[in-house]
Design a binder for this molecule. Structure first.
Ligand code: THU
Length: 130
């Protein structure tokens, strides 16, 4: 399945009545399966969740653990940058070289990687004192 099409389609289902900013995310797992997520807002604003978090949760719930490609799309002037928390969430399940495409609904794409989105990422090695 095409990640762009999957992200575009799930974006339509986003629940974003407060920001009116719908986001769609699609991930491909190492097994080749595609998982999607959209932002789900809440009247208690901090309880809202990002599209990337939803897609990651769907992947983990299926039993998959490794992201090999990601695509995020929104109706923004420039390709939508994932928030800091989502950069950390992506880096939990994706290597530094994993490609991430950030896109606008107008068709502009910016291709980056998980490592470039989160330089100096905190990882398990930083808890290692031995
Ligand atoms: N949002 C995402 O879902 N992903 C991003 O990468 C950026 C921001 C959502 C959160 C909130 O529902 C809305 O966009 C506005 O911040």
């Amino acid at each position: 399945m095409d990640l762009k099409e999957a992200a575009q389609a799930v974006r339509e289902n986003a629940y974003a009545p407060y920001s009116n900013f719908k986001v769609g995310a699609a991930l491909r797992s190492a097994e080749g399966h595609v998982f999607v997520g959209c932002n789900v807002e809440n009247v208690a604003y901090p309880e809202g969740t990002c599209a990337e978090a939803g897609a990651i949760a769907a992947m983990i719930a299926s039993g998959a653990r490794k992201i090999v490609e990601a695509y995020v799309i929104a109706d923004s002037p420039d390709p939508v940058p994932p928030c800091g928390g989502c950069r950390q969430k992506l880096s939990e399940f994706a290597g530094r070289d994993v490609p991430v495409t950030l896109a606008t609904t107008d068709g502009t794409e910016f291709k980056t990687t998980v490592g470039d989105l989160l330089p100096g990422a905190f990882d398990a090695g930083h808890m290692d004192r031995t």
